[in-house]
Design a protein around this ligand. Structure first.
Ligand code: EPZ
Length: 427
């Protein structure tokens, strides 16, 4: 397996281009199941998770073409679900990537039937899909759990309904938003997630002919239409990739400009970092990051649904706080088991104590490089942030996690003076 080797302690200086959001592109690709016409997506990142989703959709009968003619063709994907040949999402693909469960609602809405493997456990917590299933039942689908599969049927189509989510779920909101677009009558999604990725999906669905009100709020009204048509849509910038490079610049006391992104997508991050002595400011085509204090100050952080501080940046800000002056309390409210980076950061000299859902980080003057590994994407990249700031050499194992969510990570960082390289398997 490949490894990443970092010789830390060099401030990041330069420009980093930010790609399209993985977590927006995945549901947008799934939206292609809702129409027999072509959906063209632009600004789609080149990532392992995107390839996994493409494989799943191909298996359902969707034609997926990456890299049509024209500029930036590598980031353009054309999806045509003229005929859906299978409404089963098999275990082997779903277990690779939980976002596969997003095909459930669209397949039932379009074909009247879907069999989707239950995703099972995950490195960051149990992650049930009960809200997806209950919502679909509210839209009139009959759902049975059999042999590890969710078997959903609505032979006469779905009917609009009021669905009040007891908890905020990004995936359930996306699944039901897509299903309701083709249901008969009106659906209300109450306590819907408001993540920018959901707004992006809703805007693409509107471009495909869906009728959706309340976009950007926690109450979405969808008036179902008999059919949707093709469209062309550009994926929003990746706010988690943006936030990750913000932390990396701050951790190394560097100064970087991030292009192709927007400050409003990371407003909660910028607010928290201001208290830590880091300035994140809007710039032409993106934003700039620099520290205005010599030493970072410890700040408290609590993860929350958007517009709060994202759970997908919790590990990275923890890596940053390990070298701040004073203490920081980092509380994770979204996932049960998202502190796997803590023992790895501790191997690099960090002083962190976990008490339930909170981690108390006492800043140390500097981290020391070490061999480390992690069990999920964001935990892995937090070790990259730590390695860039640390003295000496850090070797990060299990790089495939990083390839799921960060396009050309080493190249982007090396372009800003980082001493980082990939050690190929067997090298
Ligand atoms: C999305 O996951 C993201 N994934 C995650 O990003 C992100 O961490 C998460 O939203 C929260 O922002 C994609 O967009 C592909 P949820 P999702 O449903 O939709 C519980 C990354 O690193 N829940 O909002 O699966 C659940 O267990 C990934 O890129 C239920 O109880 O998250 C969790 O505690 C990791 N029942 C909470 O809700 C359900 O039916 C939020 O989960 C669904 C969720």
């Amino acid at each position: 397996m490949d490894k990443i080797c970092i010789k830390g302690g060099v401030p990041l200086e330069g420009v980093i281009p930010i790609g399209g959001a993985k977590n927006a592109a995945l549901p947008l690709m799934v939206a292609s199941l809702l129409t027999s016409e072509t959906l063209t997506l632009m600004n789609v990142p080149v990532l392992a998770d995107i390839a996994t989703m493409a494989n799943l959709l191909v298996q359902h009968g969707v034609s997926v073409i990456r890299g049509a003619e024209g500029a930036d063709s590598g980031h353009v994907v054309e999806l045509s679900a003229r005929h859906i040949t299978s409404s089963t999402a098999p275990y082997d693909l779903v277990r690779k990537m939980r976002a596969s469960v997003l095909v459930l609602g669209p397949l039932v809405a379009r074909c009247g039937r879907a069999r989707v493997s239950l995703p099972g456990g995950c490195a960051i917590g149990p992650r049930p899909v009960d809200l997806h299933i209950k919502g679909l039942q509210r839209l009139g689908a009959e759902v049975e759990l059999r042999e590890g599969y969710i078997d959903a049927r609505a032979p006469k189509g779905l009917r609009g309904a009021e669905i009040a989510f007891p908890a905020v779920s990004v995936g359930a909101t996306e699944n039901l938003l897509m299903a309701a677009s083709l249901a008969e009558g009106e659906t209300q999604l109450i306590n819907a997630a408001r993540e920018p990725e959901i707004t992006d999906l809703a805007e693409c669905l509107v471009a495909m002919g869906a009728r959706i009100d309340g976009i950007g709020t926690d109450r979405l009204s969808i008036l179902g239409v008999p059919r949707l048509h093709g469209a062309t849509h550009s994926v929003i910038p990746d706010r988690i990739e943006t936030g990750t490079y913000i932390m990396a610049a701050a951790a190394t006391n560097g100064e970087v400009r991030l292009t192709g992104t927007r400050l409003d997508l990371v407003a909660a991050v910028a607010r928290i970092l201001e208290g830590a002595g880091v300035e994140v400011a809007a710039a032409a085509d993106g934003l700039t990051v620099r520290r205005y204090a010599e030493r970072l100050e410890g700040v408290d952080v609590m993860t929350e649904p958007y517009p709060g501080f994202p759970t997908d940046l919790q590990a990275q800000i923890m890596a940053l706080m390990t070298i701040a002056d004073g203490a920081s309390m980092i509380t994770e409210t979204i996932f049960e088991n998202r502190f796997m980076h803590v023992p790895e950061l501790a191997r690099m000299g960090a002083n962190i104590n976990v008490h339930g859902a909170s981690a108390l980080v006492r800043g140390v003057p500097r981290l020391m490089g070490a061999p480390v590994m992690a069990t999920d994407l964001r935990a892995s990249v937090s070790l990259v942030v730590a390695g860039l700031a640390a003295a000496g050499e850090t070797v990060i194992n299990r790089v495939y996690h990083l390839d799921r969510g960060y396009e050309r990570l080493e190249e982007k960082l090396a372009g800003c003076n980082a001493r980082i390289e990939r050690l190929r398997d067997g090298a």
